[in-house]
Design a protein around this ligand. Structure first.
Ligand code: MN
Length: 207
């Protein structure tokens, strides 16, 4: 049974950047549904039992039933991606990273501002629903990409790249407050990004 992460803050705590109703609906409805549907789909896939979610993402090609594969890909992505998303937001967020992650950002992108520009571009040019990602590989390199739907870099690269920060650009993540202005939502997201948590994720991938 996969479970949603527990939040270390209340839905209202990310105001005014991300509004309470959006947070509540996003976590209690959207994320809960992905998680329930994933668990239901896995009940019919005993060959995947005992695997981590990362292992499931890299085993998708072993599933021959297309409907089952799509259910596990879409709901598994929805489960995992939102765990990462909610975990890297904090009312004490914003600012910029320090330490090893900050050094690598400078090395790979030139500066933190350039990284933010690249993430914003990935988020705003993703057509339709999807995600913008900052990912790391085991060697410690960083890259910015985007994915459609609930896909993620683990699925797309067979586990070579792991996301350490994800920006949800589905309309349900911002429409109540920001309407069609996705770029304003991305700006607001950076005001609540928990870079300490992103740095911890980076450390875990490169350990
Ligand atoms: Mn979402």
């Amino acid at each position: 049974m996969f479970k949603q992460i527990e939040l270390s803050y209340y839905f209202k705590d990310l105001e005014p950047h991300i509004d309470e109703l959006t947070m509540n609906t996003h976590y209690s409805k959207h994320h809960a549904t992905y998680t329930n549907n994933l668990n239901a789909a896995l009940e019919k896939a005993p060959e995947l039992s005992g695997k981590t979610i990362e292992e499931i993402f890299t085993s998708l090609d072993t599933l021959t039933d297309e409907a089952q594969k799509n259910a596990i890909r879409n709901n598994g992505g929805g489960f995992y991606n939102h765990n990462l998303y909610f975990d890297t937001m904090s009312p004490k967020g914003g600012g910029q990273p320090e330490g090893k992650l900050a050094e690598q950002i400078t090395k790979d992108f030139g500066s933190f501002d350039v990284l933010k520009e690249k993430l914003t571009a990935a988020a705003t040019t993703r057509f339709g629903s999807g995600w913008a990602w900052l990912s790391a590989n085991k060697a410690g390199d960083l890259q910015v990409t985007s994915s459609p739907n609930q896909d993620n870099p683990i699925m797309e690269t067979k586990g070579e790249w792991t996301p350490i920060l994800g920006i949800d650009v589905w309309e349900h993540a911002y429409y109540l407050k920001y309407k069609n202005l996705r770029v304003d939502y991305v700006k607001a997201f950076f005001d609540v990004t928990d870079w300490n948590k992103v740095a911890a994720n980076y450390k875990e991938v490169t350990a």
